[in-house]
Design a protein around this ligand. Structure first.
Ligand code: GLN
Ligand code: ZN
Length: 797
């Protein structure tokens, strides 16, 4: 386009992993020493070049550089400022690649997680441990947590932003380098010094950023994008003041290098005045999550500040209704001069799959309602064109956009009157058990006649390579239904008889038929679509393909009954029915944007409720509903927590309360920081909750005692994230610590999480020891005499 007044288009950041997951394969090949560092770096270079080239061809004018990372951009930033913890033995100078990866993965590369979508833990073991990893804001991307001492010093230790700027320049592409802002970086860090807020290190950090900005300017940059998503969080006055001093200083670092300060993942709200008063040349605002801030930002920001309008959803996969967006912003921007505006996605497109054109097997209707990063880039260009040249210059595209939106709004694939009717029919009686816990726990005690301190596992048993091979051969049609079925049966037989042999009290079927705890259910529910190539980065080289919830959700057929039934037929001990909860299914999927999240969650809850009823009818006495992502869904702002927790609790209860008093409902959450949400956890009113506590030495159980959590609890006494086999004495000691906080009648004995990532060699002795510890305790307690308190829920002896 050779028009004078073209509004700039920015993408803020693109997916890094490549169309065919090239980065993953290059990393894994390097880690297993099958290829050299040079090979890995070359792959990175090719991926960057293709991303820049493609954005350029699509008409993006503010093309980002330094949005690429071999592992994680927060880790890159830590390395860039020389914040390398001493255990990695780095003595200054450029940080070697192997130190970088040791920080990410430990130098044994030993990290384990429960779910690729979920929680990650550095495993103990010989060698240097990895740094911690945690969720990036409210996304399912995980970053490496910087570790900063209270006497931390910083030095510019990597020229990555400059190098990548020059790399693009050599290709003839002028980029706008992206940096993680100093305050967000510090806010995401943790410190070994107790009570120390790393934001206090700002004065030491700023000179490094100043130096970097000067080098970027020298290299030819005219703009730099500095990401400060911390501006959408609840900030304390000190932190707000830190923004003022930081940007006061940085804006003077390199004259004529302009700063685009990017905020995203929500509204600025009480930080809006701070953000609009900073001496920066541009401000990016998220207008998808917080459309209302457009008018305010326009009014508060000085007229010479470029406003980057985050109009296209960078967090979800839906095609935009472009004319509707234009109509919405028109009254506000009508009076603005065009050079005040830039068009952008709400946030970096890192969290999106790359290109919808790869999905050749998707339903054509559904496909016509979607847009991935490449398609969203085109949408940005069209918006900019419509604003600067007039809508008529892109009339065809706008018309197609409206038509797709209209088709989706009325499609029978999306709207199921039966589901919508059921939702309208929800009443309070569907959200509570027949009797209160105190009463029903007695009924359960006599129905189940479990020993005190009952032993169980969380659900999955090792997913051996054989199991994975059989499943994928079946999925590809290489293994017949009959043969696959026979295989799964054999696995279940083995695992049930092994659990009996070792003496566990409540058994599981082992989850051998499941690929992923969300996908397995999504594939059997109506309203869910699955992709072939739509991978998004979860952390490092781990990518996930979240299901896309496109329509009203229902459960046409029972999903888990058959395998549960088979497992139960093999034993007299109770086998738990095993389900993933509605909140977790929602939080690990791309969710519809045409109804509230709470509504989509209610629909899933009703589908799970149907399954719970079918399991109970088939004879299941215990049903576990996993909510691994319950806490993950907490909004960024405290003021929004209550609303989330209210509907999340409601959905769990909708899913779980249809059963009789005698049926025991379990839930599992693989983390242990419950302090902030303990009331909501109690309100779930599950009969038993299993949680992770072994590594904190049960300290995190304090939440459960202080509020007098009344129901039963299985605090994990075997840390499954480590290959180490715990001794009986160690497990006993953990149980004794738990007994200091809970009553005996409340206590279950179980591992921290599912065993799918473990090996049989580890779990055989570990579970044997766990059962021995529980048995020894039963003996001891019996010898001491039954405490009155312990008798409350279980028939003791
Ligand atoms: N039941 C699941 C399993 O054992 C739970 C997984 C999880 O909580 N992440 O694998
Ligand atoms: Zn778990």
């Amino acid at each position: 386009m050779t028009v004078s007044q073209q509004i700039p288009v920015a993408t803020l950041g693109m997916p890094r992993i490549g169309r065919r997951r090239e980065l993953k394969f290059a990393l894994e090949s390097y880690w297993s020493r099958k290829s050299s560092a040079a090979d890995l770096l070359r792959t990175g270079k090719v991926l960057r070049a293709s991303s820049w080239g493609e954005q350029h061809d699509r008409g993006v004018s503010k093309i980002p550089s330094n949005d690429f990372s071999l592992y994680d951009h927060v880790l890159d930033t830590a390395v860039m400022v020389g914040a390398v913890p001493s255990r990695y033995g780095w003595n200054g100078g450029e940080v070697p690649l192997d130190v970088y990866f040791a920080m990410a993965r430990g130098n044994q590369g030993q990290t384990e997680d429960c779910e690729p979508t979920g929680h990650e833990h550095a495993a103990d073991g010989p060698g240097v441990t990895a740094m911690e990893m945690t969720k990036w804001f409210d996304t399912n991307y995980h970053y490496i947590v910087p570790e900063l001492d209270d006497d931390q010093s910083f030095t510019l230790s990597s020229a990555k932003p400059v190098d990548e700027f020059l790399e693009a320049k050599t290709l003839g592409i002028h980029t706008r380098p992206v940096l993680l802002g100093p305050i967000t970086f510090l806010k995401l860090a943790k410190s070994p010094a107790e009570g120390f807020n790393p934001v206090a290190l700002l004065p030491r950090l700023l000179p490094v950023y100043e130096q970097l900005l000067r080098r970027l300017k020298l290299a030819g940059a005219d703009w730099v994008q500095i990401d400060e998503p911390a501006l959408v969080l609840d900030l304390i006055p000190n932190e707000r003041a830190a923004f003022e001093s930081a940007y006061g200083q940085l804006s003077k670092a390199a004259p004529e290098l302009k700063i685009m300060l990017a905020t995203y993942f929500g509204g600025l709200e009480d930080n809006l005045e701070t953000a609009t008063s900073l001496p920066v040349a541009g401000l990016h605002v998220d207008l998808v999550r917080a459309p209302e801030q457009l008018e305010m930002a326009g009014r508060l920001a000085p007229k010479d500040v470029v406003l980057s309008l985050g109009l296209i959803d960078g967090r979800n996969v839906w095609r935009a209704n472009l004319p509707a967006i234009l109509d919405r912003i028109k009254p506000v921007v009508a009076g603005w001069s065009l050079d005040r505006v830039e068009i952008a996605p709400s946030c970096s497109m890192l969290h999106l799959p790359l290109d919808l054109r790869m999905e050749t097997a998707l339903d054509a209707n559904i496909s016509s309602w979607l847009a991935f990063a490449a398609q969203k880039t085109d949408e940005l260009v069209v918006l900019a064109q419509a604003l600067s040249q007039g809508r008529e210059t892109v009339a065809d595209v706008l018309k197609a956009s409206t038509e797709a939106a209209a088709a989706r709004a009325t499609s029978a694939k999306v709207h199921d009157p039966l589901v919508e009717g059921r939702i309208a029919g929800i009443d309070d009686s569907m959200k509570q058990r027949k009797s209160a816990f105190a009463a029903r726990s007695k009924v359960q005690a006599s129905a189940l006649s479990l020993p005190p301190f009952p032993t169980t596992t969380i659900g999955s048993f090792p997913q051996t390579s054989q199991v994975r091979k059989a499943r994928s051969a079946h999925a590809k049609g290489e293994l017949s239904y009959v043969d696959y079925d026979a295989f799964v049966k054999k696995e279940i037989e083995t695992v049930v008889s092994w659990q009996e042999e070792v003496g566990l009290d409540v058994l599981v079927h082992g989850e051998f038929e499941r690929n992923d705890m969300v996908q397995h259910f999504g594939e059997q529910l109506s309203g869910f679509a699955f992709t072939q190539h739509a991978w998004v980065q979860s952390y490092g080289s781990r990518y996930v393909r979240p299901p896309i919830i496109f329509g009203d959700v229902s459960r046409p057929n029972p999903m888990t009954v058959r395998w549960w039934q088979f497992a139960q037929s093999l034993t007299d001990k109770p086998v738990k029915g095993m389900l993933t909860g509605p909140v977790t299914i929602l939080n690990w999927s791309f969710v519809r944007d045409d109804i509230p999240r709470s509504m989509a969650c209610r629909q899933i809850a009703l589908a799970i409720r149907d399954e719970v009823i079918d399991l109970e009818r088939s004879g299941a006495k215990i049903i576990q509903i996993d909510e691994a992502a319950f806490r993950e869904g907490l909004p960024l702002r405290k003021s929004e927590w209550k609303a989330y927790l209210d509907w999340a609790v409601e959905c769990f209860r909708l899913a779980s309360t249809a059963v009789d008093d005698a049926t025991q409902i379990h839930t599992h959450m693989c983390y242990s920081e419950f302090n902030a949400i303990i009331d909501a956890i109690a309100e779930l009113d599950a009969d038993v909750i299993s949680i992770e506590t072994s590594r904190s030495k049960m300290e995190l159980l304090d939440a459960f005692t202080s509020t007098k959590y009344p129901n039963e609890i299985g605090p994990g006494v075997y840390d499954i994230h480590s290959p180490r086999v715990p001794e009986v004495a160690e497990i006993s000691a953990l149980i004794m610590l738990a007994r200091e906080r809970l009553s005996d009648g409340q206590l279950w004995v179980n591992p921290d999480c599912g065993l799918k990532t473990r090996k049989w060699e580890d779990i055989r002795p570990a579970l044997t020891n766990m059962v021995a510890a529980a048995r020894a305790l039963r003996k001891k307690v019996q010898a001491e005499g039954v405490s009155a308190d312990a008798a409350h829920s279980r028939a003791l002896f």
